[in-house]
Design a protein around this ligand. Sequence first.
Ligand SMILES: Cc1cc2nc3c(=O)[nH]c(=O)nc-3n(C[C@H](O)[C@H](O)[C@H](O)COP(=O)(O)O)c2cc1C
Length: 232
Amino acid sequence: MDTTIQPSPDKIVVLVHQQYDAPDHLSPSALPASPLGLFRHWFTSAQGTVNEPEAMALSTVSAEGIPSTRIVLLKQVDNRGFVFYTNYNSRKSREIDANPHASLAFYWREVHRQVRVVGRVEKVTREESEAYFRSRPLGSRIGAWASNQSATIAEGELDQQINQIKDRFGIKEGDVEADIPLPDHWGGWRVIPNEVEFWAGKPSRLHDRVRYRCREGPQTDPPKWITERLSP
Ligand SMILES: Cc1cc2nc3c(=O)[nH]c(=O)nc-3n(C[C@H](O)[C@H](O)[C@H](O)COP(=O)(O)O)c2cc1C
């Protein structure tokens, strides 16, 4: 029996006290000048150790100030920001349209590290979305056309929509490739950070936290960052 969860019919009580001990000592004076340098180091060292290190929690906020969070996949990161792809009519995209600010969080349990990104959100160019869309497997490209992401849907409706899309693009059973254009309602968003926080778990909750803050707003080219240690 798992002794870390209290067996009770009407609630779940988690009893375990996880311990963390990351290999890092984050010292603001000895860090790369830009958060991308440290992110690159952490992300590449997570590969091979962490399952799906590119999975990140994305929080958006509606026009009414109600937040919502879901997991999406990081597809590119560079000096301009963190890019993910989605349906532009989805709940997340409508919230970004109304309030173009978002937060991302990565949690890499195997290495006891977390990264938070906060920033403004902009659409990537259509050329970037087209290039990424072309790289997706055929089934995912069909799905992007067929799914009205975040809308309510009847049982079986998605299969019908997929069949309609296959008919529209002349895709036959067994086809492994087809020329399908990028739908207007689909593409990438770029989170342009003005804050990136790195968290390294330590014993007794005395974690190491360092925050990069954009000194003059994210528009400066290249952005100037200040680093600060945060209390755990
Ligand atoms: C591991 C994982 C990766 C995902 N990646 C994406 C993604 O890159 N893009 C996307 O639109 N949805 C992705 N999803 C689905 C989203 O979590 C979410 O269900 C969907 O985007 C609809 O969100 P919304 O209704 O809040 O807009 C992923 C889910 C999981 C669990």
